[in-house]
Design a protein around this ligand. Structure first.
Ligand SMILES: O=C(O)CCC(=O)C(=O)O
Ligand SMILES: [Fe+2]
Length: 268
């Protein structure tokens, strides 16, 4: 199966359908290179200070820089892009009643970075065996640099979202998500994929923003990454999306069953 590709005018329904059919899809040049450059320049000081990963999964020549919502105003446009949020919601809310941001992270593969082990992102939840017709997560990787096979473009197996769980596919079964700056790869938490191998002298930088069913614990703790006094300065819909809203009936309340947005209002 080929990796489906759409242009920037794709509807969120088309993108959601591609996610259901193939488990992954690229939208070419969904945002401008200027926006990506702005995101990069806001985050570069933080990337610079980020240590390399400690193992083959986090990558010994890879930097992972988080807290994007608090650290980069320009990243908000990516996190709340209507085509992305609309399609992720379409897929996740087939089974869940609401969706949240799960993590925000720059993934910067340095020269010589090895390929990451192939995995499903939904294994983050302790390898819980989700029913095969549930999609609890949609991940996105925005290209901040061009993504090439040589610099370690994300490797993905279209159609593998329907495969058995806990498999160990080979590198040869994956295809590189080659895409230019401003494009985005979306994939379900059930799609087998990995970071590629960077054999160039340049960095491969992507903006990884994931969405998940709001009944699941977020991988990046949004209330520490973006505490109420900072959340008060951002758009209300984005604040709700990172977790300042109740999931399902009462998940995430505080005090006397108050809505999390009330915690923000005191700082406005
Ligand atoms: O760096 C990449 O292209 C993918 C990274 C990834 O899949 C992960 O960290 O879960
Ligand atoms: Fe992953």
């Amino acid at each position: 199966m080929e990796l489906p590709r759409y242009g920037r005018n794709a509807s969120s329904e088309d993108v959601a359908q591609a996610l259901r059919d193939a488990g992954c899809v690229v939208i070419e040049q969904l945002v401008s290179e200027e926006l990506m450059e702005q995101v990069g320049s806001e985050l570069e000081p933080f990337i610079h200070k980020t240590p390399f990963g400690l193992d083959s999964f986090t990558g010994e020549k890879t930097k992972r820089t988080g807290s994007l919502i608090a650290r980069s105003n320009s990243s908000h446009e990516l996190a709340s892009h209507p085509t992305v949020v609309g399609s992720a919601k379409d897929v996740i809310c087939q089974t869940a009643s609401s969706m949240q941001i799960h993590l925000t992270q720059i993934i910067d593969l340095g020269p010589g970075a090895e390929a990451q082990p192939i995995h499903r992102d939904q294994w983050a939840w302790d390898f819980f065996p989700f029913p095969s017709d549930w999609e609890v997560e949609v991940s996105t990787m925005w290209a901040l640099t061009d993504f090439t096979e040589e610099n370690g473009a994300t490797r993905i197996i279209p159609g593998s979202h329907l495969w058995e769980d806990k498999l160990q596919p080979t590198y040869e079964e994956t295809v590189p998500a080659i895409m230019s700056c401003g494009s985005v790869l979306l994939y379900t938490g059930s799609a087998y994929h990995s970071g590629g191998k960077n054999i160039t002298d340049d960095r491969r930088t992507g903006v990884n923003i994931d969405y998940s069913a709001s009944f699941l614990r977020q991988e990046e703790n949004q209330y520490l990454a973006c505490p109420p006094e900072i959340a008060a300065t951002i758009d209300s819909d984005l604040a709700k999306l990172i977790g300042y809203s109740k999931g399902s009936y009462a998940l995430g309340y505080f005090g006397d069953t108050q809505d999390p947005m009330e915690a923000i209002e005191t700082f406005r």
